[in-house]
Design a protein around this ligand. Sequence first.
Ligand code: N2P
Length: 377
Amino acid sequence: MATERAVRDLVRDLERGAVSRREFVGRATALGLGLSTIGLILTACGKEKGSGQATTADLGPIEKELNIYNWSDYIAEDTIPNFEKEFGVKVTYDTYESNEEMVGKLQAGASGYDIVVPSNYIVPVMTATNLAAELNKKYLTNLGNLAPTFVNPVFDPENKHAIPYQWGTTGFAYRTDKVPAPGDSWAIFLDQKYAGKMTQMDDMRDVIGSWLRYRGHSLNSVDPAELAGAKADALAAKKNLKAYISAPVKGQLISGDVWVAQLWNGDTEQAKAEQPAIGYVLPKEGCTIWTDSLVIPASAPHKRAAHEFINYVLRPEVGAAISNFTGYGSPNQAALAQMKRPVPYPTAEEFQRLEYQKDLGTANELWDRIWTEIKSA
Ligand code: N2P
């Protein structure tokens, strides 16, 4: 008679690919399992592991609800209504302004979300702490539409947990009519001439990162001396800032209350659509490039609907409509032909000024402390 324990261990080994299906059948038979039981287990465990396939268990019928938690202004107006109509799913849509806000919520136990949209450096954190569900590729039939650069990205080899959604850069936007010669340096935020008319983002990684690059360091630095320098520069700039504010600064740029704002390229494009006197600068010292991905939290209550949504976004016309609204680059290669102004992925030369953020590991604490000190100063 098979002990329960031995069977459980064997099934686990099968699930993680430690034994092949053929080995499984031999050992399960030796443990006394009947063929129909073995068949059921094999069906539940899906296809052979180790072939780059993620989990393949059946997710059942599509649920009637889907809860999406996304960055603000990061989707086309008709993306959700069209999905609801076609799939018969009611979508609840919430927004956030930073990765830390979103992850903080998940870490605190928020469990209703079916889709979240972390930046590259957050994905490994989510997978390491079991916050991200493994994707079931059999539901993602449009995966082939992804551009090669976004297939098997370093932050998620094999796209096991994350399907790239949009990519962009973090530079600064400015009013061309108020600031005719903005230069091309982060130093603009140190210029008293524009005191009270400038903002930096409400984002630890982007603010400290900009001052690290300003002094020629990596924006992923964990060197205490480099970080102390970045803090000093950030504090000097803070004297000229109206606020730390991210996407919602667009209204103030449009109205002219703000003339220079650290901002992402796509949100700048959105503001420009309403106020043409807006330009965008990628500072010569360098700045962030990021990829945000669709991820299904491990705790998602509507996983089948979440997969259908991801697959829907991977359609060329849906991906194109999203980027046409957001102004960001699309990782959906099939969508590019349908985009009004596709943002070309940076060349190797342009990459010399761009850097992907990485998780800071144990240095997160030091960064957090410095950011708190900057904000409360
Ligand atoms: C949303 C833009 C978010 C991109 N407005 C940040 N990674």
